[in-house]
Design a protein around this ligand. Structure first.
Ligand SMILES: [Fe+2]
Length: 142
């Protein structure tokens, strides 16, 4: 397995599935973008490349969060507001990091470590809480 320091590339498995095909695809695409940072040698990567990946990550995350929040609203998910705050916070942090990357003060390694941790924790701890609620509108959820 490819590693960058102690941080492993994100490999998708069913434990990350929230039981809704589109959201799973979105989460996989976010993982791909994050993994791009992990696949590049920390010493080789230029800040412009990091900024490009981060910009793509923020815009895709905003698109995905909007869709996820719409589904949560459809099922009147009771934790929608706190979940929405988590999404806003993530976009703010990544935008700040993006600025740090333009200044060259953040390494790809640190960034990759933060983002993989966020991705895993957000899906497993936050997104999983809505899984049984979404089952009401997603028949493919077992
Ligand atoms: Fe989420």
């Amino acid at each position: 397995m490819t590693t960058l320091g102690q941080t492993k590339l994100i490999l998708w498995d069913d434990s990350f599935s929230v039981g809704e095909k589109t959201l799973d695809k979105h989460h996989q695409h976010l993982a791909q973008l994050i993994n791009q940072l992990g696949g590049i040698d920390s010493n080789e990567i230029k800040s412009e490349e990091m900024v490009d990946i981060l910009s793509a990550l923020v815009s895709y995350a905003e698109y995905h969060f909007q869709h996820e929040e719409e589904l949560m609203a459809q099922v009147e998910y009771h934790e929608l507001e706190s979940h929405r705050q988590e999404h806003i916070h993530f976009c703010e942090v990544v935008s700040e990091i993006c600025y740090g990357a333009t200044l060259g003060v953040i390494s790809a390694k640190e960034l990759f470590s933060y983002l993989t941790r966020w991705w895993r924790n957000h899906i497993l701890l936050e997104d999983m809480k809505y899984k049984p609620h979404l089952a009401a509108i997603s028949p493919e959820i077992a």
